[in-house]
Design a protein around this ligand. Structure first.
Ligand SMILES: Nc1ncnc2c1ncn2[C@@H]1O[C@H](COP(=O)(O)OP(=O)(O)O)[C@@H](O)[C@H]1O
Ligand SMILES: [Mg+2]
Length: 260
């Protein structure tokens, strides 16, 4: 979604956690120069002062090349990550100017020597070569969205972008994984919006994540909800909701497994 604050990063972290919890080896790539995923998982120093950045790998301007994505990987208890870096703000401009710029992330991921079962890419909140690069690399897209009328417009713009990419790159076919309606309030989603999402994506492809403090508490704890320990975090009353939230993200992970 070419929009900030809809839950892209939250969904990326919890989907990666859910897939890892199912026993998969998972890599989460932070393709957003703002570094939400990296910062939320506690890698502030790497983001600000790390020696190497995705910029170095994708631009091949320094010592690293597309063969060296491995160098960036940080191993985690739940899943590994390719962190973001302040320097990645330069990437957007750089990738625009390169003929094969948008394909760089795909090429770098293809050349990873570590095997992962799933790679989850957290996109920036704008349509540009980084978001295009994520779509090309993954060839699968999951749409975290608020269930409001603005979402329809954002999604239509995004669908157009996907069509443009598929036209431009012959062998690229981008599949829809799911729509995740995020921060659903206690009154639920209006039937009009519900119908729109179900008719656009299909009934089995629409998931809802409630607007719950436990979502933020788990992120504050720097893990997905699957590794979140409410007692240790000082929110012992979160236990039931954490369990319910795990079930919700696990259902998305199960759906992802089915599709693959
Ligand atoms: N389901 C939810 N319930 C409560 N807070 C949420 C939920 N999803 C996201 N948030 C909060 O909303 C903010 C924006 O979410 P984030 O995932 O960073 O959005 P994006 O990556 O699209 O910019 C964060 O502070 C996050 O903790
Ligand atoms: Mg984000």
């Amino acid at each position: 979604m070419q929009k900030g604050g809809v839950g892209k990063t939250t969904t990326s972290i919890n989907l990666a956690g859910a897939l890892a919890n199912r026993g998969h080896d998972v890599l989460a790539v932070d393709a957003d120069p703002q570094g939400g995923l990296t910062l939320k998982l506690g890698h502030r120093e790497q983001y600000r002062e790390g020696e190497y950045a995705l910029y170095d790998v994708l631009s091949e301007m320094g010592q690293l090349t597309l063969d060296d994505l491995d160098e960036l990987i940080i191993s985690g208890d739940e899943f590994d990550i390719v962190p973001s870096h302040l320097r990645n703000f330069r990437l957007e401009k750089h990738l625009y100017s390169e003929a094969r710029g948008v394909e760089a992330l795909k090429l770098a991921l293809d050349r990873l020597t570590v095997d992962y079962d799933y790679v989850v890419i957290d996109s920036p909140p704008n349509l540009g070569p980084l978001a295009d690069g994520a779509l090309l690399a993954a060839e699968n897209v999951l749409f975290p969205s608020h269930a409001n009328t603005i979402a329809k417009d954002s999604l239509e713009i995004l669908f157009d972008e996907i069509d443009t990419l598929e036209d431009k790159f012959d062998d690229v076919n981008i599949s829809t994984v799911a729509a995740v309606l995020n921060e659903v309030g206690r009154d639920g989603v209006s039937s009009e919006m519900q119908n729109w999402f179900v008719s656009t994506f299909g009934e089995d492809y629409v998931f809802e994540i409630p607007d719950w403090a436990v979502v933020e508490h788990a992120i504050e704890y720097r893990t997905s909800v699957f590794a979140y320990n409410p007692d240790d975090a000082g929110y012992s009353w979160d236990a039931d909701k954490a369990e319910a939230l795990r079930d919700k993200y696990d259902a998305i992970a199960a759906h992802v497994e089915d599709l693959s």
